[in-house]
Write a protein that binds this ligand. Structure first.
Ligand code: APR
Ligand code: PHB
Length: 394
């Protein structure tokens, strides 16, 4: 077994792990990232695409904004579509100027990987059998196999940034963790189509047949989703059925035309909320999807991951500079306030826009009444807007 050393051992090269390593490097703190997948795989993985203002600003402030500012699409609002009409939520007007930026998660990941490699980072892909040890002591370790060699990495701290199916949570004794969870009885079939978006802004549609979302990745790539039943597979959803449902659910009285194009990617995602508390055990800190997941309706997953590692990097910086453990000790509480705000918002958006199998006609009337209120009352619209663009203090 070969022994190596670093200050912070990071499991996972998603947005959380990569951004953490980037922020730590800027503070002069060394890290090693171990990632199970190949670089190509994670750069191609299609995920969410909405950046909050704070995420955009962090990218810019830390030297990652160049391509995002060139290729990202700044959106000043979204549309809620129901009863055959659009109801625009004007983020900038309602929040004192805030906007969101549509820029794919895998583009953020590509920019982070390029920046980390250019800075000479120890970023290892295709690492096998990663496990964390001695995390309750002052000398935690990661063990893994890399390029056929068994490595033991001695660290000051371990960051579990390995996503929802990662291994870092396993290093925490079960009786130290509480898991809060909600499964929704539906998912989204998502497609990426090689065609110009049919609308300039995102459209969240609530229809009697179920939810649909029109989003985009670029002026030539459209991202579309339709609500499907839990348990459906991609075989249940040939392209023709997806387009048919999109046409029906996105239809408007004034003849909205959804433009079809070749489907270049398709996947199903289940709507699921999970929070694991606390987000720390000894010298192991969980960040991003490793600690919490949200249903995609609020577009919060990536932004929460970035917010976590921002708190963590600054707490680690404070520990290395002053020796004070205070900021690290409050990491979990600080992050969980934002996480629960995002859980509430994502749940609120999800229940407002989707059709639940148990919903009766009365429930649908309530949903429509809520949608009319959210889109006609300035205060109600402002509360959606401030949550969507990202709340700074919670
Ligand atoms: N060993 C090493 N790496 C691992 C392991 C393991 N045992 N298990 C998982 N990983 C890697 C995954 O391959 C992935 O690249 O950890 C990374 C976790 O990245 P993400 O799943 O992207 O999670 P995170 O960085 O927290 O970002 C959250 O991702 O799932 C989306 O919508 C979510 O936008 C949110 C964002
Ligand atoms: C996306 O573009 O993939 C997207 C946008 C908004 C969401 C979820 C996903 O709420």
């Amino acid at each position: 077994m070969k022994r190596e050393k670093t200050q912070v051992g990071i499991i996972g090269a998603g947005p959380a792990g990569l951004m953490l390593s980037h922020l730590l490097a800027r503070a002069g703190i060394a890290s090693v990232i171990v990632e199970r997948r190949s670089r190509e795989y994670i750069e191609k993985r299609v995920r969410a695409g909405v950046l909050e203002q704070g995420t955009v600003q962090l990218m810019r402030d830390t030297g990652l904004g160049e391509r995002m500012d060139r290729e990202g699409l700044v959106h000043r609002g979204i549309s809620l579509r129901f009863e055959g009409r659009d109801h625009r939520i004007a983020f900038d007007e309602l929040t004192g100027g805030s906007t969101i930026t549509v820029y794919g998660q895998q583009e953020v990941v590509k920019d982070l990987i390029a920046a980390r490699i250019a800075a000479g980072a120890r970023l290892h892909f295709e690492v096998e059998d990663v496990s964390a040890h001695d995390v309750s002591t002052s000398a935690p370790k990661l063990r893994y196999t890399f390029a056929g060699e068994q490595i033991e990495l001695e660290c000051d701290f371990v960051a579990g940034c390995d996503g929802f199916r990662g291994v870092s949570r396993d290093a925490i004794p079960a009786d130290h963790l509480v898991r809060y969870e909600r499964e929704y009885p539906f998912g989204w079939v998502g497609i990426l189509a090689n065609v110009a978006p049919s609308s300039e802004e995102l459209i969240y549609a609530s229809h009697d047949r179920g939810f649909a979302l029109h989003s985009m990745r670029s002026p030539t790539l459209t991202r579309l989703y339709v609500q499907c039943d839990r348990g459906d597979t991609l075989d249940d959803w040939p392209d023709g059925r997806i387009w048919d449902e999109l046409h029906l659910r996105l239809a408007t009285d004034d003849g909205f035309a959804l433009i079809e194009g070749p489907v270049v990617e398709r996947a199903i995602a289940w709507m699921h909320s999970v929070v694991t508390e606390p987000m720390q055990y000894g010298r192991l800190f969980l960040a991003g999807d490793a600690a919490h997941i949200v249903p995609a309706t609020g577009a919060k997953g990536l932004n929460l991951a970035v917010a976590d590692v921002r708190v963590l990097s600054s707490a680690l910086d404070s520990w290395y500079r002053t020796g004070s453990p205070a900021a690290l000790a409050s990491y979990s509480d600080t992050c969980l306030r934002r996480v629960w705000r995002a859980q509430h918002f994502s749940n609120w958006m999800t229940t407002m826009l989707h059709r639940f199998p148990t919903d009766d006609a009365f429930q649908r009337k309530l949903q429509i009444a809520q949608l009319r209120w959210v889109s006609s009352s300035r205060d109600a619209a402002a509360s959606l807007a401030e949550n969507y663009v990202g709340i700074a203090a919670v």
